[in-house]
Ligand binder design. Structure first.
Ligand SMILES: [Zn+2]
Length: 206
């Protein structure tokens, strides 16, 4: 088994996370969290935009955890919003990587649209980091996104799933592809001792 402690998160992904967090939390919120998670060097300097290694996976997890702690009961909702902003950032800044540049999905059935965008996310993640193990599960009656190398809950322990940021990104992706808000539930989580994090796309929310 590889030692995931040593895994590095690349600059462009750190930039995506910090920019999204800044959008949702504002400068003051972001700076406070950067300080408590030992990432002061990113204050008013949101990481360069390239594929060079930036921070250790464990540092990234501290950052996420610090957001949760900072906002207390509102933490989950904040992380979900940051996840949504993070998908919007990808559409805006990484359309080619995500495979959405110039794509029209209107004529496709809804399930195909969801598959398209979730596969795009899997591919983009793998292109950014070849060690990522992510895939789409379309064997059951519901589509699900699975990652066994989730960077959000890496080395954390919890009795319930905790990858709220991921839930936010996936629900925003599904909304982008279908024009409708769907329920996204994290059914499995590495932090619970499951072999992967699994996010199931459910019914439309009315
Ligand atoms: Zn996870």
């Amino acid at each position: 088994m590889s030692n995931r402690e040593d895994a590095m998160i690349i600059n462009s992904l750190v930039r995506q996370a910090l920019t999204s967090a800044q959008e949702v939390m504002g400068d003051n919120g972001l700076n406070a969290v950067l300080r408590t998670s030992g990432l002061e060097r990113f204050i008013s300097k949101l990481s360069t935009n390239n594929l060079e290694p930036s921070i250790q996976a464990s540092q990234y997890v501290w950052f996420i955890q610090a957001i949760e702690d900072f906002y207390g009961r509102a933490g989950k909702g904040m992380l979900r919003r940051i996840g949504k902003a993070s998908f919007q950032y990808a559409v805006r800044e990484q359309a080619a990587l995500l495979g959405v540049a110039g794509v029209a999905l209107k004529l496709l059935p809804e399930k195909q649209r969801i598959k398209f965008i979730l596969n795009g996310m899997v591919d983009a993640l793998k292109k950014s980091n070849p060690q990522v193990d992510a895939r789409l599960d379309d064997g059951g009656d519901k589509l699900a996104y699975i990652e066994s190398t989730c960077a959000i809950c890496h080395s954390r322990h919890s009795e319930t799933p905790i990858c709220y940021l991921y839930v936010g990104s996936i629900s925003e992706a599904v909304q982008w592809a279908t024009g409708k808000e769907h329920q996204v539930v994290e059914t499995h989580c590495l932090a619970k001792g499951d072999p992967y994090c699994r996010f199931e796309v459910g019914e439309t929310r009315e």
